[in-house]
Design a protein around this ligand. Sequence first.
Ligand code: NDP
Length: 243
Amino acid sequence: MTIKNKVVVITGASSGIGQATAHKLASEGAKLALGARRSDRLKAIADAFPAGQVVYQTTDVKDKQSVASLVNLANDTFGRVDVLYNNAGVMPISELAELKVDEWENMIDTNVKGVLYGIAAALPIMIKQQQGHIITTDSVAGHLVHPGTAVYASTKYAVQAIMDGLRQEQVDNHIKTTMISPGVVNTELYTSISGAEQRAKTEKAEKGIGIAPEDIANAVAYAIDQPESVGINEILLRPISQQ
Ligand code: NDP
C-alpha cells in the first residue's frame, strides 16, 4: 500500500504544514483524521474532498484524552491507523531572562507532551496491527540553539530522543519512525512570539527566505511512500538561503 487508502491522523492540521500535508495526502487518496483547536478550518479541508474521506475533531494536544479520542476516531471510522503525524506545535520564543514561564510550559506541554500523548494513543493500535508509522515535526532547532530559542529548541531536542528511542524499541513490531526537521517555513508559527523585540529580530532574520508548507508536505509524503522495508528516520530540509 502506498499513500492511497492509508489511514493517517494529523495533529495541527488547521494551518501551515499540517494543513498542506492534509491536502497533499488526501489528494493522493489517503483517508484522514484531522485534529486542531480551530475545527472550522478542519471542516474546510474535509469539505474539499469526497464525503467520508476526511474526518476531523476539535483536538487539544495538551489534553491526553483529546488526543486519544482523535486517534480512536480514525480507528473506529476506518478500521486501522497506518500513520500518526504529530505535527501540532507552538514557538513563543524569548530569552530565558525574560522569565516567560507560562510560555515555557506551553511549549513543553504542546511540543513534547503532545507528541507523547499521540504515541500513547497510537502505539497500542499499531503494535496490535504489527504495522504502523509515527511521524513528528521536529525542526532544525532540534539540532542547534540560538539566543532566544533555548526552551523551543529543548522541546525539539526532546523529540529527537523520543523518536529515536521509539524507533529502537519498535523494530520487532514493524513500526517506522520519521522526524521531519524543517528550517524556516512560511506559516503562522511566528505570530506566537509574544515579545515585540524577539519577533522583530526573528522576522528580520527570516524575512523572505522561508519555504512553503507544501515543500514540507512533499517530504512527509516521501517518507510515507516507501517500501515496507524502508524507514526514513529523518528529513532535514532548509531553504537554500538559510545559514
Ligand atoms: P502553524 O502555526 O501554521 O501551525 C501550528 C499548528 O499546530 C496549527 O494547526 C495549530 O492549530 C496547532 N496547534 C497548536 N497548539 C495546539 C494544541 N494545543 N492542540 C492542537 N493543535 C495545536 O505553524 P507550522 O505549520 O509552522 O507548525 C507546525 C509544526 O512545524 C510545529 O511543530 C513547529 O514547531 C514545526 N516547525 C515549523 C517551522 C517553521 O518555520 N514554520 C520550522 C520547524 C519546525 P490550532 O491553533 O487550530 O489548534
